[in-house]
Design a protein around this ligand. Structure first.
Ligand code: TXA
Ligand code: MG
Length: 320
C-alpha cells in the first residue's frame, strides 16, 4: 500500500468513512486513527501498531455534545475540567455506553475521551459523526511521533494516509485523569500540568506506576523507548568517563556538555524552558537513536509543571 502524505482533510475523511486508518496530527503527538465504532478498523489499529489488545485506546472528537452521546454519566469534576481545558492535552476516563465497542476499552466499563487542540484535526472531526480511536502513531513501545515525518519513518506503506499538520506544539501525550472517585486519579502525567488541574478541582492522587495491571494499562514501565540504551544520570560528565566507547550521544536539559567522547549533544532548551523541552523531547530522542552513537546519556529536568511528564517519559524510556 502506498501512503499518501498531505493536508487534504476531505481525502482523510473518505478513508476513515471507509474503515481505513489515517495518521492524524494533534497538539500532543500524532495519532493512528480509525472509526472507533467499527471493530474492523479498531482491530487494524492494534495490528498496525503491534499493540496488545489489553491496552485500551483513547477516542477523539470535537465537541462536548458528541461526547455525551457515548457516555452514561459525566462526573462534576470531569465536566469542570472539560469546560476549562478542552480542546487540549487532557484525556478523561468516563463510563461508556454499550455502543462503544469493548475492543476500544479492552473490556473496561470506562472509555478514555479527548478533544484534541489541533486546527486540522478539529476540522476533520467536525465532519465526522463517529469518534476516532487513536493511539500514538508509533510501533508499540517506541518513541511517539511528533511530526508527519516521524510517522512516515515507521508506518510508511502500512497505512493509506498521513494527514500532515506540521510539528506537534506540546510534544508529550495528554494527561489522563479518572474523576469517578471523590479524589480524582491522574493515570498519566502529560501535556496539561497537574498544577492547572488542581487549581480547578482541588487535590488529585497520582497513580502512574502500575506496570502490568490491565485495569490501569498503558502505564507499562518500559515505554517510549529508543533502541539504544538510555542512561539517566545526575552528572553527565562523570558518567561519560565510565564508558569505553567514544561515541556517546548526550541529551542535556539546558547546558552544552563538552567531552571528547561526545558524538552528538542536543540541548532540550538553552533557556531552561520546560514547554520548549517537551516540544523537543521525542524528536531529539529519535535523532540521537538514529545517530551512530552507542549509547544515549541524559538527565532529569526540574520536577515541576511539564517537567513531570518529561521525567516520566525519560524514566520509562530508560528501562529497556
Ligand atoms: O496525547 C494523547 O493522548 C495521544 C494523542 C494521539 O491523542 N494518544 C495517546 O494514546 O497517547 P496511547 O494509546 O498511546 O495512550 C493512551 C493511554 C494508554 O496508556 C491506555 O492504557 C490509556 O490511555 N487508557 C485508554 N483507555 C483507558 C481506560 N479506559 N482506562 C484507563 N486507561 C486508559
Ligand atoms: Mg502511546
Amino acid at each position: 500500500m502506498k501512503t499518501l502524505i498531505n493536508t487534504d482533510i476531505k481525502v482523510a475523511e473518505t478513508f476513515l468513512r471507509a474503515g481505513k486508518l489515517v495518521a492524524i496530527p494533534t497538539e500532543t503527538v500524532y495519532g493512528l486513527a480509525g472509526n472507533a465504532m467499527d471493530e474492523n478498523a479498531v482491530t487494524e489499529i492494534f495490528r498496525v501498531k503491534n499493540r496488545p489488545t489489553f491496552d485500551p485506546l483513547i477516542i477523539h472528537t470535537d465537541n462536548l455534545e458528541k461526547v455525551q452521546k457515548w457516555i452514561t454519566f459525566f462526573p462534576e469534576k470531569a465536566m469542570l475540567l472539560a469546560q476549562h481545558l478542552w480542546a487540549g492535552a487532557l484525556t478523561l476516563i468516563l463510563p461508556k455506553k454499550n455502543s462503544i465497542p469493548d475492543l476500544v476499552t479492552s473490556g473496561l466499563p470506562k472509555v478514555a475521551v479527548r478533544i484534541p487542540n489541533h486546527p486540522v484535526t478539529l476540522k476533520l472531526l467536525e465532519n465526522l459523526d463517529f469518534p476516532l480511536a487513536a493511539p500514538s502513531a508509533n510501533p508499540f513501545g517506541y518513541i511517539s511521533p511528533t511530526s508527519a515525518y516521524h510517522v512516515e519513518n515507521q508506518l510508511k506503506n502500512k497505512i493509506p494516509m498521513i494527514l500532515d499538520g506540521g510539528n506537534c506544539q506540546v510534544g508529550v501525550e495528554s494527561t489522563i485523569i479518572d474523576c469517578s472517585e471523590e479524589t480524582p486519579i491522574i493515570l498519566r502525567k502529560g501535556g496539561i500540568e497537574i498544577e492547572t488541574i488542581e487549581n480547578l478541582i482541588g487535590k488529585v492522587k497520582i497513580q502512574t506506576h502500575s506496570s502490568s495491571n490491565p485495569s490501569a494499562p498503558g502505564m507499562l514501565k518500559s515505554h517510549y523507548a529508543p533502541r539504544k540504551p538510555l542512561i539517566i544520570t545526575s552528572n553527565i560528565l562523570e558518567k561519560i568517563q565510565e564508558f569505553t566507547t567514544s561515541k556517546v550521544a548526550v541529551l542535556s536539559f539546558q547546558r552544552t556538555i563538552q567531552h571528547s567522547s561526545i558524538y552528538e549533544n542536543l540541548v532540550l532548551s538553552s533557556k531552561g524552558d520546560l514547554k520548549e523541552s517537551a516540544r523537543n523531547l521525542f524528536a531529539f530522542l529519535r535523532q540521537l537513536d538514529n545517530s551512530d552513537a552507542d549509547v544515549i546519556v541524559t538527565e532529569f529536568v526540574p520536577e515541576r509543571s511539564l517537567g513531570r511528564a518529561i521525567n516520566d517519559r525519560l524514566r520509562r524510556a530508560s528501562q529497556n
